[in-house]
Write a protein that binds this ligand. Structure first.
Ligand SMILES: C[S@@+](CC[C@H](N)C(=O)[O-])C[C@H]1O[C@@H](n2cnc3c(N)ncnc32)[C@H](O)[C@@H]1O
Length: 192
C-alpha cells in the first residue's frame, strides 16, 4: 500500500478538492485554524473561497499573529466568513452544540496533546448537527511523537479506534508519508 501523494503540495491541493466535493450551499461550517502553510494559494485561508455559497463559515485560530496575517489578506472580503480567536480544545467557549453542518480540520488537531485528542473529537461531534460531516486530516505514527515545532504524531491505532467509535467513516485515506512511519491520514466521518 502506498500513500496517495508523494509531495506535500499535492496534499494542499487535495485540501481544496475535499472542500469542493461537499455541497456547502447554505451550510454552517467550522474551519479550524487560519494558517496558509503552503502559501500556494492567494487566499489567506486556502479553502475559504470554496465556501462562498455557505451560509456562515467560522474560522477558529489560537494564534493571534496568524489571525493578523490572515486579516491582512483576503478573508474579510467574504461577508459570510468570521474569524474567532480560540482553541479547538475549548469549543464550548465559542460555539453551542449542534451548530455545524461541516467541520474541516486539516492538521490543526495534531497540535494538541494526545491526552486531549479524544475530548476534542467528542466536542467536534457535539458541535456537529446530526448528519453533519467532519473532514479530518491528521498526522499519525506507530507511537506518540512530538517534534520541535509542536507537531504531534498520534498513534495510528488509537486514532483509528477513536474516530471510528465517534463517527461513521466513509473515507479513510493515507495521504502522505514523512519518514518511515509518520503518515498523514484523511478521514471523512458522519455524525449519526
Ligand atoms: C500546521 S498549521 C495547519 C496548516 C493549515 N491547516 C494549512 O492548511 O496550511 C497549524 C495551525 O493550527 C493553529 N493551532 C494550533 N493549535 C490550535 C488550537 N488548539 N486551536 C486552534 N488553532 C490551533 C496554529 O496556530 C496554526 O495556525
Amino acid at each position: 500500500m502506498r500513500a496517495k501523494f508523494d509531495r506535500v503540495h499535492d496534499v494542499y491541493k487535495e485540501y481544496v478538492r475535499i472542500a469542493e466535493r461537499e455541497d456547502l450551499k447554505d451550510k454552517v461550517v467550522l474551519k479550524t485554524d487560519c494558517h496558509n502553510e503552503s502559501g500556494i494559494y492567494n487566499h489567506s485561508i486556502p479553502i475559504v473561497p470554496v465556501m462562498k455559497e455557505a451560509k456562515k463559515v467560522y474560522c477558529l485560530e489560537l494564534d493571534e499573529d496568524v489571525i493578523r496575517k490572515a486579516q491582512k489578506k483576503t478573508f474579510d472580503k467574504l461577508d459570510n466568513v468570521f474569524v474567532n480567536h480560540g482553541s479547538i480544545s475549548n469549543l464550548d467557549d465559542c460555539y453551542v452544540n449542534n451548530t455545524f453542518d461541516f467541520i474541516f480540520d486539516y492538521s490543526t488537531i495534531d497540535h494538541i496533546p494526545f491526552e486531549d485528542l479524544k475530548e476534542t473529537l467528542i466536542s467536534y461531534k457535539d458541535k456537529l448537527k446530526v448528519g453533519g460531516v467532519i473532514n479530518l486530516v491528521i498526522w499519525t505514527s506507530d507511537k506518540y511523537e512530538i517534534e520541535n515545532n509542536n507537531q504531534m504524531y498520534f498513534p495510528k491505532k488509537e486514532v483509528d479506534d477513536m474516530i471510528k467509535e465517534l463517527f461513521v467513516i466513509d473515507k479513510d485515506e493515507w495521504l502522505l508519508s514523512a519518514g518511515c512511519h509518520k503518515r498523514l491520514w484523511y478521514y471523512r466521518g458522519v455524525k449519526e
